[in-house]
Design a protein around this ligand. Structure first.
Ligand code: MSS
Length: 366
């Protein structure tokens, strides 16, 4: 295999030993590096940039960052300093790239071959979008979508619509959305969207706009390519059509993080099989673990605090294992009795892979 690229300068502070650098704009957490205490540290959190990140000077004076709020009765430019006076909320939420798990689709869709590590569970603090909207007189009557625009400087000589990071989500997502300036107890790192990020809990990564500079309540979805013809669920091998479903809400999903294949064989005896489970937008009811690739299942135990429906939960199942080969799998159930799918239909973008079978991992016991 060719040597992995080194961490690029804008994320030189990441924990190189615990991430996989696919390219300068796609970096994932190793399966074995998630730990068992729910929150993903910034140093291990994945990175995905559709455009090169803006210059780090944008975080020199965080309070001065300006957000334009449009599609409300009294549109206004607000600084982060203004936003800090308008409310405060904290939410634990899974941040997961739409393409997480793409590497497990049989059709080998083009794009980064993410395994499980284009995801993390982090705690955001900021002002609820609904507070800001209320302070500006409410949304414009015609609005059906909430549209966020990234603060990147666009490359010259190309149609801005073809490259800009601008995503629309259904207006109802506003209820849970935050304009966040803090992540895991620190100012949002520049690489993760500081000074200000639009956080849409329950919605896949791409909808969580970094360095957000414009928040608009719009009658139509953005006509940027990333919205119109990007991030849609299309049949394998086909181009995305603007009429196909957009990648918005995430799916019920779980996977096992340990023992991970990359840490090698384990000794016979008691093994603590552990992983994470997310309900996307719903609370979890239970998680089952299998050591025989899904032929038989046993209920695992949740570990640690329940940080709410947008976070993931840690689970464990102690098993006593003889030497041999095993195939570890997990499947989650939400409080509405939905089970995690056995497999996700293949799609051309390789999005939202949540099937338990594809995420199973081998374990060698010696
Ligand atoms: N934002 C902006 N502004 N830009 C870009 O590029 N990307 C996306 C989101 N947001 C972007 C944004 C994506 S796509 C993702 S995942 C995310 O982000 C990531 O995050 P981090 O922090 O991790 O890096 Mo896929 O669905």
């Amino acid at each position: 295999a060719p040597p992995r690229p080194a961490l690029p300068p804008y994320v030189a502070w990441k924990d190189a030993e615990h991430v996989i650098v696919h390219t300068g704009t796609t970096i994932e957490t190793k399966r074995s590096a998630f730990g068992t205490s729910i929150i993903t540290p910034a140093e291990r959190l994945y990175i995905r940039n559709n455009l090169p990140a803006p210059d780090v000077s944008i975080v020199a004076n965080r309070d001065a960052w300006v957000l334009s709020v449009e599609g409300v009765r009294q549109p206004r430019m607000l600084t982060v300093a203004d936003l800090r006076t308008m409310g405060l909320e904290t939410v634990a939420a899974v941040l997961q790239c739409s393409g997480n798990g793409r590497g497990y689709f049989a059709s080998k869709p083009s794009g980064t071959k993410w395994q499980v590590g284009a995801a993390g569970c982090v705690i955001w603090s900021g002002v609820p979008v609904r507070n800001v909207v209320a302070a500006l007189g409410g949304v414009d009557g015609a609005a059906r979508f909430m549209t966020g625009t990234g603060g990147e400087t666009l490359p010259a000589g190309v149609d801005p619509k073809s490259v800009m990071v601008e995503r629309s989500v259904p207006l109802k997502a506003m209820e849970d959305a935050l304009l966040a300036w803090e992540m895991n107890g620190e100012p949002v790192p520049h690489a993760h969207g500081g000074p200000l990020r639009l956080v849409v809990p329950g919605y896949s990564g791409v909808n969580n706009i970094k360095y957000v500079k414009r928040l608009a309540f719009t009658a139509d979805e953005s006509d940027a390519a990333i919205q119109r013809t990007g991030y849609r669920i299309s049949p394998p091998g086909q181009k995305h059509q603007p009429t196909e479903p957009s990648v918005w809400e995430m799916e019920l999903k779980s996977w096992i993080n340990g023992p991970a294949p990359e840490t090698g064989p384990v000794k016979a005896g008691w093994v603590q099989v552990h992983g994470v489970a997310m309900g996307a937008t719903r609370n979890l009811r239970r998680v089952d673990v299998s050591i025989d690739g899904g032929q038989t299942w046993r209920e695992a135990r949740f570990v640690g605090p329940d940080l709410g429906r947008f976070a993931w939960r840690q689970f464990v199942l102690p098993v006593r294992l003889e030497p041999g080969q095993y195939l570890l799998a997990s499947r989650a159930q939400d409080t509405q009795f939905n089970w995690q799918a056995e497999s996700t239909p293949d799609n051309s973008g390789g999005y939202l892979n949540s099937g338990w079978r594809a995420h199973a991992i081998p374990l060698v016991v010696v």
